[in-house]
Design a protein around this ligand. Structure first.
Ligand code: PGA
Length: 248
């Protein structure tokens, strides 16, 4: 189907200058599969530093941004600023943003729209909580979160990657089984085939995220509708190289 595998690292609020330089050294040594796109999500304060030391085969991404270009929004950064330091990606709608910082679907959609307007590419995160899964609402939640993105993205799906991250699997060591992840990815694609512009269901890349490690990455990567990963904890470790190379 020609969807290029894409592995994202999400460092979250971790690392210091020495540690991030060490991670970049490890990634430089790799070797990283040249057929895989690699995007690392870096704390805002280290974005420019990491951008300057990262090799050309690694894209550097912000983990969040605000929904307008500039102004009186103390503490925020804008897509224009992210672009200004040479970065081309932003992660939006991560479950930690949604739960801890109370970001709703509508705000996430506004951020996605403005990031795309500004020329950034977006990793847009969706996923259900344990409570929602146990109540049988996984699809309902994932479709609702994606539906909010439809008008925001418009015809710009080539610049968007969806990251399905069941909240119960994030940082818990409880990975979704390959079948559980594949099932949600497949039903999301089916939903997109009737709710997104023609062709998007087949072309959009859907990453899986939630306790991905070198030990489970190969089996997950073998699923037909899993087009990559968004990796938290393991993206800070040397095993991230093996996760990038999981399709080899
Ligand atoms: P995890 O985090 O790999 O540590 O579970 C994934 C994420 O939050 O993107």
């Amino acid at each position: 189907m020609g969807r290029k595998f894409i592995v994202g690292g999400n460092w979250k609020m971790n690392g210091d200058k020495k540690q991030v330089a060490d991670i970049i050294e490890t990634l430089k040594k790799g070797p990283l599969d040249p057929n895989v796109e690699v995007v690392i999500g870096v704390p805002a304060i280290y974005l420019e530093y990491v951008k300057n030391i990262a090799p050309a085969n690694i894209e550097v991404s912000a983990q969040n941004c605000w929904k307008v270009a500039k102004g009186a929004f103390t503490g925020e950064i804008s897509p224009a600023m992210i672009k200004d330091i040479g970065c081309n990606w932003v992660i939006l709608g991560h479950s930690e943003r949604r739960t801890i910082f109370k970001e709703q679907d509508e705000l996430v959609a506004e951020k996605v729209a403005h990031a795309l307007d500004s020329g950034l590419k977006v990793i847009a995160c969706i996923g259900e909580t344990l409570e929602e899964r146990e109540a049988g609402k996984t699809e309902e939640v994932v479709f609702r979160q994606t539906k909010a993105l439809i008008p925001a993205v418009g015809d710009r799906w080539a610049n968007v990657v969806l990251a399905y991250e069941p909240v119960w699997a994030i940082g818990t060591g409880k990975t979704a089984s390959p079948q559980q992840a594949q099932d949600v990815h497949a039903s999301l694609r089916k939903w997109l085939s009737s709710n997104a512009p023609a062709g998007v269901a087949d072309s959009v890349r859907i990453q899986y995220g939630g306790s991905v490690t070198a030990a489970n990455a190969k089996e997950l990567a073998a699923c037909p509708d899993i087009d990559g990963f968004l990796v938290g904890g393991a993206s800070l470790k040397p095993e991230f190289v093996d996760i990038v190379n999981a399709t080899q």
